[in-house]
Design a protein around this ligand. Structure first.
Ligand SMILES: Cc1cc2nc3c(=O)[nH]c(=O)nc-3n(C[C@H](O)[C@H](O)[C@H](O)COP(=O)(O)OP(=O)(O)OC[C@H]3O[C@@H](n4cnc5c(N)ncnc54)[C@H](O)[C@@H]3O)c2cc1C
Length: 437
């Protein structure tokens, strides 16, 4: 009898020794997730911008399979025993969390759209409240490259069909059939489909073609589901690198003769008789139909200082490793500015100055704050608090700091002053937002 107690006791003890570290690690992760959630809410990073996981709290068993399945990392966590969205901003709606959930406790969608003033009203054929003005891609609320390509194609086919069957608006010498604004996956797909259907078109973008894909970090693995690109065929692999995907787009442009007019930022849209006039910072153009494929990420905010139009001024950092032995000024006080400054300061021979208009950083992640302090201490970064960039010259910048104008040697300037989402501009153009007609 006593012997069997000893065996049982020993087994239990061994089991506890083995299991205890796992319980402790799990407990630590839960605590960490709670802290991450608090920080994300404080920074406003918990809000999603497109489709996202909708978690059924009654079904969720808090197993964390969804957390591990997310390819963008960091999006989900477990708080109070349930899956929860932590860094919603990073979610692009892949839906792998839903596939991984063993209790079918996650669906992916836009949630309660009645409270979303950033979702445009769109009819079934993707036409807005303005007749013959369409929306394609992420601007409509649904992210992912495959959705953007499919929607771009659908709107161009709808336009081609309308023009063929019932040319309500006559062709005109000084108006193209369709103007497409935005040369990301949705706008490119719309333009390629327009070419296939012999429509005359203009494809306008404020930047180089490629859309948000251009902003991905170098070598980022892009997940796709099968989707057909006009003039190319079907993307069949589950993963492509950013560079591979861009090469495909450039090859398609070559093959189809697709032309993109870059440096054209949309500033207005007005009806002009039976046509539309699309106004940009680089001219205005007339068309029978319009496709808005602007995405939801907006335009980087400018400071409006002299010299800001120089090619050495940038609004995003994609690849810190390509900058070495340079004098660099980073402007801004958010996580993007601080992360860029630290990334650049780690490269060989760079001298990095970070200029921020306030007396300390208020809204950055604790992890970034700690790393930045260490780099300031090691003299890898110099921070100028309460400073304002006043002028950008070819080999220097002028920064106002402590009541004086300081001239600092400079090769590159990175500005992180936030972005201007396209919603206000579109509202001014007459596009209705909200989900009712
Ligand atoms: C970090 C990150 C990772 C992602 N990873 C994936 C992934 O792995 N797989 C996947 O399927 N999706 C992914 N996505 C989502 C995917 O990139 C987008 O859903 C897709 O690019 C949307 O395409 P779009 O053509 O609608 O818009 P965008 O690609 O955003 O293109 C919009 C274009 O409009 C232009 N524009 C905007 N405003 C104006 C204006 N006023 N005037 C003129 N032009 C303007 C922009 O310059 C841009 O070129 C990711 C997104 C991000 C941010």
């Amino acid at each position: 009898m006593q012997e069997s107690y000893l065996i049982w006791g020993g087994t239990l003890f061994m089991a506890l020794i083995i299991i205890f570290p796992f319980i402790r690690a799990h407990h630590k992760t839960l605590k960490k997730d709670e802290a991450r959630k608090k920080e994300a809410v404080f920074l406003g990073a918990d809000k999603t911008i497109a489709q996202h996981p909708i978690i059924d709290e009654y079904r969720c068993i808090g197993c964390g399979a969804c957390v591990d399945a997310c390819p963008e990392n960091d999006v989900l966590g477990i708080v109070a025993g349930k899956a929860t969205i932590i860094n919603g901003l990073k979610c692009v709606g892949h839906g792998m969390c839903a596939e991984a959930c063993p209790v079918e406790g996650i669906t992916v969608g836009l949630g309660d759209t009645s409270k979303r003033s950033d979702l445009p009203f769109i009819r079934e054929n993707r036409e807005t409240n303005l007749p013959r003005v369409y929306i394609a891609g992420e601007l409509g609320g649904l992210a992912l490259i495959k959705n953007a390509i499919r929607q771009g194609r659908e709107v161009a086919l709808d336009i081609a069909e309308r023009i063929k069957k019932n040319p309500d608006i006559p062709a005109s010498d000084n108006a193209v059939d369709v103007i497409i604004v935005g040369a990301g996956p949705s706008g490119m797909s719309a333009a390629l489909t327009a070419i296939e259907n012999n429509l005359t078109y203009r494809l306008l973008d404020q930047q180089d073609p490629g859309g948000t894909i251009l902003q991905y970090p170098r070598k980022k693995l892009v997940m796709t589901k099968p989707v057909t690109i006009p003039f190319y065929g079907t993307l069949t692999k589950p993963e492509y690198s950013k560079e591979e995907l861009l090469d495909i787009w450039y090859a398609v442009m070559d093959k189809s003769g697709l032309k993109v007019e870059t440096g054209c930022k949309l500033t207005g849209l007005q009806e002009e008789g039976a046509y539309y006039r699309v106004t940009t910072n680089n001219g205005s153009f007339k068309s029978r139909y319009v496709v808005l494929a602007l995405g939801r990420r907006g335009t980087p905010r400018k400071l409006g200082v002299p010299g800001e139009d120089k090619p050495k001024v940038m609004y995003k950092l994609i690849d810190a490793e390509t900058f070495t032995d340079n004098h660099i000024l980073v402007v801004g006080g958010g996580d993007s500015a601080v992360e860029a400054a630290m990334g650049l300061a780690r490269q060989k021979g760079n001298r990095v100055v970070l200029s921020y208009r306030k007396e300390k950083f208020f809204r950055i992640k604790r992890r970034n704050q700690e790393r930045l302090e260490a780099m300031i201490h090691d003299k890898k970064i110099m921070v100028l608090y309460n400073s304002h960039l006043r002028r950008i010259d070819d080999s220097a910048v002028v920064v106002e700091w402590m009541g004086e104008k300081k001239k600092i040697r400079n090769d590159y300037v990175f500005i992180f002053a936030g972005g201007e989402p396209p919603f206000e501009l579109l509202k001014q153009c007459g596009i209705q937002f909200g989900t009712t007609d």
